[in-house]
Design a protein around this ligand. Sequence first.
Ligand code: PLP
Length: 401
Amino acid sequence: MSDSIMPTYGRLSVTFEKGLGAWLWDTSGKRYLDALSGIGVCGLGHAHPAIAATLAQQGSTLIHTSNLYHIPQQQQLADELIRLSGMEQAFFTNSGAEACEAAIKIARLYGHNKGIAMPAIIVAEGSFHGRTLATLSATGNRKIQAGFEPLVQGFIRAKFNNIDELREIAKNSHDAVAILIEPIQGEGGINIPDDNYLNAVRELCHEQGWLMMLDEVQTGICRTGEWFAWQHSDIKPDVATLAKGLGNGFPIGACLVQGPAANVLQPGNHGSTFGGNPLACSVALTVLKIMEDEQLVARTEQLGEQICTNLKQAFADETGVVDIRGKGLMIGIELDRSCDVLLKDALEAGLLISIQADKTIRLLPPFILSDEEADELVTRLVKVITTFLATETVCSLGKVS
Ligand code: PLP
């Protein structure tokens, strides 16, 4: 491999050259079932004809102007996102980290507007919000922060899914102005909070005058069997960040606001050269239209249940599988041991997955899976995991003797 690319990624030794639906083909012609969707991005699968048509049509009409001018596609996309989310306003970015940066800036400005000189944002252990300086400072993973000190100040760290700790912070901190959490932690290992957690956070935020900010970069846009994961409860955040699934691979993100977070950002406070350009917004409009026309929110929920039920059945007697958890097509299979090596085993078996938090296999398959493809995914995965657990047991037994 050429060394003209900075070595920031530990890449697997495979190169894909084409895709169709839930499948990818490598340069040798081998076919892979994509159960990761480019890390939760290509919910509509690869080479979707309607997206290709939008790219061609808008690309040959007008790709980019500037946020110095009105952009009708941006207005339409904002209207659609507002309709689906019940939020009030949108700001468009090019990535998830940028959407979270916007949220962080909104929280700080909101704090300053209330006369708080050093506003602080409560963030969770095990969280992930991006790789820019502010978002890596917000992220609850030392590995991601190490070497980049001094970190951005103004974050208070709390345990995820622990409302009592948030109540303690409320008692002791006069500078807290917002809380930023993922409704389900993705990079942290598919950590799903208790059913009433988001409701309790919402109530506390109301009580304290804190902005409730949800990072829906991974969970948003149909992934969990709702348009937005907060819609599984009967609450609405003040700020929500989106990216990944919104463009199905075309880079676009968004920060949505409502209530006390609306109109906090004023002219000159924030901006982006590319954010919300005609091409990105046209693609995202097509993505939302397909999801709605094909009722993929309901389908995602159903597929998730099918996959989780089948996995639970297959591993009912397997002690090496500690937990199988998921919402919609955001699924984690936690093993009792480190399993990074499974990435390569799965690749060999023609299956794309990821490993999070050392022991959890993460699935983020596309929403357009057929029932047969969903079954095929389970068959391949069960085989890979079963073989891995059997070999590992033999190895460790070998070590003991
Ligand atoms: N927030 C969450 C919850 C994410 O999962 C990610 C990426 O994995 C990000 C933010 C950062 O998004 P991006 O890589 O597009 O900057």
